[in-house]
Write a protein of this length. Structure first.
Ligand SMILES: [Zn+2]
Ligand SMILES: [Zn+2]
Ligand SMILES: [Zn+2]
Ligand SMILES: [Zn+2]
Length: 296
């Protein structure tokens, strides 16, 4: 259990529409198939024109220049008082020509240094990077206290070393017992479930999504990629006092995290008064069943 503050930086906008898993491959093969040697070369030269002199990320629309015509990216610009190239004033001059060029140039993915081969249009860049398999995985634990990130292969090792207090239950059908659910403030309960050769993290979170209105949010995430998540279905069920509440859904990949699921209520959501109906001496038992997707 940890008191928590919500990490806004980890929150991702929901990308609607499918086909995201093939984005990287599609883009790469497109550029290598359609662009000849000469095109590739000039395209690389063009992308270098968009490099921010401070952080070496790309300067993307809206593109603002200093009065001498130098560019700096939006995030660096907000921290600067003068142009990093000429020390002149940072005027608000839009460079519409560069913006137009930006729309036709293919930029390497932000995670190219991690091995991502994707080269994408500016308009597809952000969407690709959110789902890019080369983007480091964040620590899947709720709360903003742990800043760890790394490859998927190292997530379990991180949990074993830095989050030893999390218990693991074996099996596809287990009981997640949340104790002292009436504790005041924002509280998280976390448990691991191991089945079908995969590890799942169960999270129950109590928080005020709306002022003065506390709710519980329960969600299952797989220690795996979005593609692996698609192979499973989880079911949460709370039983007791001749009442039953159930929720079934695909687990979330820890790559996307579960904050967006909570924000969109794409999880088991119930009020504190409902929790009281099911709780036994302040403890709430949630039955968790994970099954391969084909079974349903
Ligand atoms: Zn920059
Ligand atoms: Zn300048
Ligand atoms: Zn990428
Ligand atoms: Zn961590």
């Amino acid at each position: 259990m940890t008191n928590k503050t919500i990490s806004k930086e980890r929150e991702l906008p929901i990308v609607s529409g499918a086909g995201h898993l093939s984005t990287g491959i599609t883009s790469t093969s497109t550029s290598s198939l359609t662009a000849g040697g000469g095109d590739d070369c000039s395209s690389t030269d063009l992308t270098s024109l968009f490099e921010c002199p401070v952080c070496f990320d790309y300067v993307l629309p809206p593109i603002l220049q200093c009065s001498s015509g130098h560019l700096v990216c939006v995030s660096c610009r907000s921290k600067l008082t003068c142009c990093p190239t000429c020390r002149g004033p940072l005027a608000n001059i839009r460079n519409l020509a560069m913006e137009k060029v930006a729309y036709s140039v293919r930029f390497p993915c932000k995670y190219s240094a991690c091995g991502c081969p994707a080269v994408v249009l500016y308009t597809e860049k952000q969407q690709h990077e959110e789902i890019c398999e080369y983007r480091p995985y964040p620590c899947p634990c709720p709360g903003a206290t742990c800043k760890w990130q790394g490859s998927l292969d190292h997530v379990m090792q991180h949990l074993k070393i830095s989050h030893q207090s999390i218990t693991t239950l074996q099996g596809e059908d287990i009981v997640f017992l949340a104790t002292d659910i009436n504790l005041p403030g924002a509280v998280d309960w976390v448990m691991m479930q191991s089945c079908f050769g995969h590890q799942f993290m169960l999270v129950l979170e109590k928080r005020e999504k709306y002022d003065g209105h506390q709710q519980f949010f329960a969600v299952v995430q797989i220690i795996g990629s979005r593609k692996e998540a698609q192979n499973f279905v989880y079911r949460l069920e709370i039983n007791g006092n001749r009442r039953r509440l159930t929720w079934e859904a695909m687990p979330h990949s820890i790559h996307e995290g579960f904050m967006s699921a909570i924000d969109n209520s794409d999880c088991l959501v119930f009020d504190t008064s409902i929790a009281d109906l099911f709780a036994d001496s302040g403890n709430l038992a949630i039955n968790v069943t994970i099954s391969p997707r084909e079974k349903l």
